[in-house]
Design a protein around this ligand. Structure first.
Ligand code: MG
Length: 261
């Protein structure tokens, strides 16, 4: 076995052994799965300043980093309201022009107030890493839904550890540390994607191993893809607003094996 293959396999073992949240045995979208307990995160503050090495994706005015999420791209079909970017329901999602792999991503969002709709129809949007792996955006304030579909869930896979939602109309944040999946040369999964997420500064996903791309009512298997792909924001029929989005690309750690004595 080539040295690089040995290194990847050892990385798989290491990754698996270090997982804090175990993969679920609950059926997807189970209504009886325990709901995360409520944690009040404290009041919303001003926008969190971007670190000096961050790439600012949305600063309240410029949409230069974004395009329509269609094969041909095109102008962003959402609208600027004040210093926020508001989804136009029915217009489709948007994606970054630039592609990313491993990242630290900061996103601020808020649900429409007064709220409209119930369950998944109330303030639904989503942050898709690499266009495939969704961290849920939803109005989860007094809005019961299946646990793996509420705000800050890794949709259809992992409920958040707690429900740290603020009421509709208040700014909230997702801070996401994402490690992309690694595929071997023959297209097989070598290392699954993993994520840590803070919702309003509260830890809600701790180094979870993603089971594959996120999807509704079905667990999709991994399919080999590029090492870098755009970040996508979902349009799901609700006028959710975004502000202050920035990203720090992270170097992908090199797999290593111990030196022989
Ligand atoms: Mg969504």
């Amino acid at each position: 076995m080539p040295r690089s293959s040995i290194a990847v396999c050892l990385t798989c073992v290491l990754v698996t052994s270090l997982t804090a949240q175990e993969p679920t045995e609950w059926p997807q979208h189970s209504l009886t799965r325990p709901k995360p307990v409520l944690v009040h995160p404290g009041p919303a503050g001003p926008p969190v300043p971007a670190p000096s090495d961050a790439i600012v994706l949305f600063d309240g005015s410029s949409l230069d980093a974004w395009q329509r999420d269609r094969p041909e791209g095109g102008a962003v079909p959402w609208r600027i309201v004040g210093s926020a970017l508001e989804i136009v329901p029915g217009s489709g999602g948007i994606r970054t022009k630039r592609a990313f792999g491993d990242v630290q991503l900061h996103v601020e969002w808020r649900s429409p107030n007064p709220p409209a709709g119930n369950g998944q129809d109330r303030g639904n949007s989503g942050v898709y890493l690499m266009g495939h792996y969704e961290v849920q955006v939803l109005d989860s304030w007094e809005n019961p839904v299946y646990a793996d579909g509420q705000a800050a869930a890794i949709y259809g896979q992992y409920p958040p550890l707690v429900n740290a939602s603020r009421p509709p109309g208040e700014w909230q944040s997702h801070d996401i540390i994402f490690r992309r999946p690694i595929f071997s040369a023959d297209g097989r999964l070598a290392v699954p994607a993993r994520m840590t997420v803070l919702h309003n500064g509260v830890l809600v996903q701790e180094d979870v191993l993603l089971l594959g791309p996120t999807s509704h009512m079905v667990r999709e298997p991994y399919v080999a893809h590029e090492d870098a792909l755009p970040i996508m924001l979902q349009e799901h029929g609700s006028a959710v607003q975004y502000r202050n989005i920035w990203v720090r690309p992270l170097a992908t750690p090199s797999p290593s094996i111990p030196e022989s004595p």
